[in-house]
Design a protein around this ligand. Sequence first.
Ligand code: TRP
Length: 453
Amino acid sequence: MPTQNSSIHGEWSSRLAFILAAAGSAVGLGNIWKFPYMAGENGGGAFVLVYLAFIALFGLPIMMAEVLLGRRGRQSPINTLKSLCQQEQVSKLWSVIGWSGMLAGVLILSYYSVIAGWSLFYVLESAAGGLLAIQEQAAEDLFTNLLSDPVTLVFWHSIFMFMTMVVVARGVSNGLEVAVRFLMPMLFVLILILIAYAISQGGFLQGLQFMFTPDFSKLNGDVLLDAMGQAFFSLSLGMGAIMMYGSYLPQTASISRTTLAVAIADSSVAILAGLAIFPIVFVNNLATAQGPGLIFNTLPLAFGQMPGGIIFGTLFFLLLVFAAWTSSISLIEPAVAWLVETKKQSRLKASIVCGIVTWLIGLGTVLSFNHWDSITLFGKTVFDCLDYLTFNIMLPLGGLLIALFVGWVMREQAVREEINLQQEMVYQVWRVLLKYFTPIGLVVVFLSAIGII
Ligand code: TRP
């Protein structure tokens, strides 16, 4: 089957458009909400170092492979894999990458939307002056009360899901570019303002030390697995989101340079978010390991005290919602594109179906913070289970299969042609990483997490 030159769902107007969209997908709650609390729970420095190493050693090579698959297949991940299997004359079983990716996307979005809903709640709270001069206890109560109120949680979860599906129904390449081009830099500036505030208040050095002094005695299999999950989650890898975006990439764009730009932007935002949050934690003598509530318990303290806090706070949470929005679109796009291609549904209908299913699953996460908080499996609530299953297992496993498929299954000629790296050295390094280092590394991390190594 010949390779199509463009996707039926559209094409990016330029390489920059792809970088912006991919960066929009990468930068989200994963950087600002998840990274700080993961670093906090896993002891800081050593986790951060391993995370950065995994971004470079696993993330970059796999991201290039994922974009390559998308651009070669030009369809939703499931159909891309199916047609590539046909091209390479190998078993269709490899399309499990597409299937599990689609499922992972829906499951992640189901809770991602609930967390984005928390951010929406904080936009209003901040705008209404509710964070003004707020003290530690009051900030904690505000968050605890939010979690204990399923109606409010469902309300904001619904609004966010609706926002996501509106964009997806209209087609991904419209509008996303503008949002990312202007709003991302603004978010970046606001994080810098928070850091400047942290420097003026003290605690910054302590924060810096916490994040960059690795204490290797803190490393164990679980920490490695978390760092690996974080690398995949924050780059949007392992479930076909980047493959989908790659399918809209013009044939002439360089895959290596675009992925490098995205990875640098993405990890910088995560590190800066950490540098903004930990000083607040230390100055107020809070715990670093407080889990998913970390940014919601700390940032209000900073916005409550700084001059112009109402404006900065409102803007910050608003931009956080935007960042989450541009990410959530990529989580559901593979499912929607698959329905459009395979079931010949209109984008609108496909979006409604996917939106409703995801919204319903999200109710499980909402309830896991209140009525269902005692319903657990291995000590994990519904939210914890979904998080663990997707973040720690499905994404890295998807990445592993992608590396194996591109490294071992596809003909080298096809890979070489599609990746089109100008420098032979770079190509060889990438190939060795993808064929040997990445798969072995991923398996070692899995084995060490289950205690075999
Ligand atoms: N990367 C996004 C974030 O950091 C979340 C995200 C969007 C994602 N698309 C994804 C995670 C695909 C995994 C896979 O918030």
